[in-house]
Design a binder for this molecule. Structure first.
Ligand code: GDP
Ligand code: ZN
Length: 298
């Protein structure tokens, strides 16, 4: 790092703690503060923000501006994601598809590419989950953190990208992350610990640089991915969050069909003849009910 002079540079916020922001720049990691005036006009910087900073002679910096966000999640607060990765378990207890569908629907709604990663394929199971997502048009990869199978393909897929990993406790998310990048240091088998002290370590979302470029944000369980994330979404927009519904939209008997139990619904017909997975439609209905409560129809 150049010391002794003031200069401008750019970077990405990796974490923010107690008013300090840690920015990854071509000059290395720089601890920054946001200027008071700046904070009033632009709002709070969040992890993933692309920022311009002014570096002081002592090596610390001031955030000067934030580039417009391509997208952002509310909880965890993270911006400019390329991928939302939903990690699921093929081995018992097999992950409830609804949890996966909630995450992928939020991602699609936010125009972030969803990726489903089915872990524990060494347990010789999980084909049903795999088939569901293969058929849905959502990208799906099969991996085993235990044997290493599929990990290279996953690493290649996330290289150079900013990815948020979500997954319920026990699916093997920490094991997958450690396999992906040895510097990750995620706590494996820390489920019981998370109730106490362990929880503390995952409260702040943080971007971890990965070998070969790109960043991973480890996010706590699926629970933070709630439908409130679908801010401003109207129940009728939910159909677009299920990519495999697209060919059938506009073919229902009634305009404004909710695809829940209407007569002459093209989506329901596609579920009936196996073109759309039953669990995907069940998730749609469940989400539809919760989103409907959230916002009134226009
Ligand atoms: P996390 O709670 O999602 O971070 O899950 P962990 O990485 O802590 O793993 C939970 C449990 O699943 C541990 O007992 C791991 O050993 C086990 N596990 C993780 N990955 C695999 C895998 O690929 N295959 C099998 N059979 N077990 C795994
Ligand atoms: Zn319909």
């Amino acid at each position: 790092m150049r010391k002794g002079s003031v200069f401008l540079t750019e970077g990405i916020i990796l974490k923010g703690i107690g008013g300090f922001y840690y920015v990854d720049t071509p000059e290395g990691l720089i601890e920054c503060k946001a200027r008071g005036k700046f904070r009033k006009t632009v709002g709070k910087p969040i992890v993933g923000d692309r920022v311009q900073l002014e570096v002081q002679p002592d090596g610390t910096g001031y955030l000067m501006s934030i580039a417009p966000r391509r997208n952002s999640l509310i909880r965890p607060a993270v911006a400019n994601l390329d991928l939302v990765v939903a990690v699921a378990s093929a081995a018992p207890p097999v992950t409830d598809p609804f949890l996966i569908d909630k995450v992928t629907a939020i991602a699609v709604h936010k125009e972030i590419t969803p990726l489903v990663v089915i872990n524990k394929t060494d347990a010789d199971a999980g084909d049903e989950l795999y088939e569901t997502y293969r058929k849905s048009g959502i990208e799906v990869l099969r991996v085993s953190a235990r044997t290493g199978e599929g990990i290279d393909a996953l690493r290649e897929r996330i290289c150079g990208k900013v990815s948020a990993f979500a997954g319920n406790s026990g699916v093997g998310k920490s094991s997958v992350l450690n396999r992906l990048d040895s510097s990750f240091g995620a706590e494996v088998g820390a489920i019981s610990d998370r109730i106490g002290r362990g929880r503390h370590t995952t409260r702040h979302v943080e971007l971890h640089p990965i070998e070969g470029g790109g960043y991973i944000a480890d996010t706590p369980g699926f629970s933070s991915f709630e439908t409130e994330q679908m801010d401003l979404v109207l129940a009728r927009d939910l159909e677009y969050a299920f990519p495999e519904f697209a060919p059938y939209l506009g073919q229902c008997r009634f305009t404004g069909c909710a695809h829940v139990k209407e007569k002459g619904c093209a989506i329901l017909a596609a579920v009936e003849n196996g073109e759309i997975a039953k669990t995907r439609h069940e998730s749609y209905v469940k989400l539809y009910e919760s989103v409907k409560d959230l916002k009134e129809w226009e």
